[in-house]
Design a protein around this ligand. Structure first.
Ligand SMILES: [Fe+2]
Length: 335
């Protein structure tokens, strides 16, 4: 599939990723993992829900956990922000024109919220406003764990990268980096952005829809290391799903953890800035291990294979195709 032209005048103005809604079997255990371990701020908790956010965020939440008994945990929604209320009505009209069902739903602490399913089957909810509170950005005495600054992006597995890419390109998303097959234009993963860095939404080929991870930005490499130290000190070191490294794609210095319900979180230092309209996307081939790990050591098989299912959505298998090298395959070359 070719790189699609940027649509500078989409039907409505979607500005950024906003939040993720997940399930938890034990809200207190989830709270300990994210608040005591990684340093997120709890902005609300009752018997049914837990709300969290990061240091630079003034909105009420970027992460919501809803109590559920089923294991493993599932994802119930990926939230995005639009610029103004009128964009919600424009979005409803646009989705209706595409024959895609959408309905307005009530969400605590959010303004009007429009829910729909994207071509990958992901439940997306759009809102223009969310309750505002002072952030903890300059309450330095409260900075803990990974000193996480803001939710940056989600990565989602889908059976149909082409259709999903076309849908979001039409909504004004720009392609900043992408992965193809070796020596061909088969689109295997797309990094799509609305805000001024490399990504808000990432879709990669795999059984889907599944939420591979959500990611929080932190400004310093030392913060990522400190988070790993804190998790180790708390006896949570085994929750590290992929150790520290440097992505070729996006230039992120990363570390991944799995929470008590199996949801994967990435904490990372910043991507680079992407603003100018004529900046060409970076292309990577699937066989290039620097794509996912610039230093050479690829991720373990489970990092590629395991992900959070979406609530009530059956998996669809992608067409067969090449996959990335795993750590197990990489190490086998040494023996
Ligand atoms: Fe990521």
């Amino acid at each position: 599939m070719p790189v699609l032209p940027h649509n500078p005048d989409p039907a409505f103005n979607l500005t950024r990723l906003s939040h993720v809604v997940l399930t938890s079997r034990d809200l207190d255990a989830t709270r300990a993992f994210y608040e005591t371990g990684l340093g997120l701020e709890v902005t609300g908790q009752d018997a049914e829900r837990l709300y969290l956010r990061a240091l630079e965020e003034t909105s009420h939440h970027s992460l919501v956990f809803e109590k559920a008994d089923a294991a493993p945990g599932v994802c119930r929604a990926v939230g995005c922000r639009v610029a103004q209320e009128a964009d919600l009505d424009r979005a409803a009209d646009h989705l209706a024109g595409l024959g895609r069902a959408a309905d307005f739903v009530e969400r605590p602490f959010q303004g009007r919220t429009l829910r729909f399913r994207d071509p990958a089957g992901v439940c997306v909810e759009l809102c223009a406003t969310m309750e505002q509170r002072d952030s903890r950005m300059q309450q330095f005495h409260l900075h803990r764990g990974g000193r996480l600054a803001f939710m940056d992006h989600v990565q989602i597995n889908t059976h149909d990268v082409d259709a999903t890419y076309a849908f979001y390109a039409d909504l004004g998303f720009r392609l900043t980096e992408y992965t193809t097959g070796d020596g061909n234009d088969e689109m295997i993963a797309v990094w799509l952005k609305r805000k001024n860095n490399t990504q808000d939404l990432v879709y990669s080929r795999g059984p889907g829809p599944r939420l591979h991870h959500f990611a929080y930005h932190t400004p310093e490499i030392a913060n990522v290391v400190h988070a790993a130290d804190v998790m180790g000190a708390l006896g949570l070191g085994q929750t590290m799903d992929r150790p520290l490294g440097r992505h070729g794609i996006g230039n992120a210095f990363f570390c991944y953890f799995r929470d008590p319900d199996g949801h994967r979180i990435e904490i990372f230092t910043s991507h680079y800035t992407v603003i100018d309209a004529n900046q060409a996307p970076r292309r990577w081939e699937i066989g290039d291990t620097r794509r996912s790990q610039l230093w050479g050591f690829p991720a373990p098989r489970k990092w590629f294979a395991e992900a959070t299912h979406f609530d009530g959505v059956d998996l669809t298998q992608p067409p067969p195709g090449p996959g990335p090298m795993t750590l197990e395959e990489y190490l086998a070359r040494w023996s």
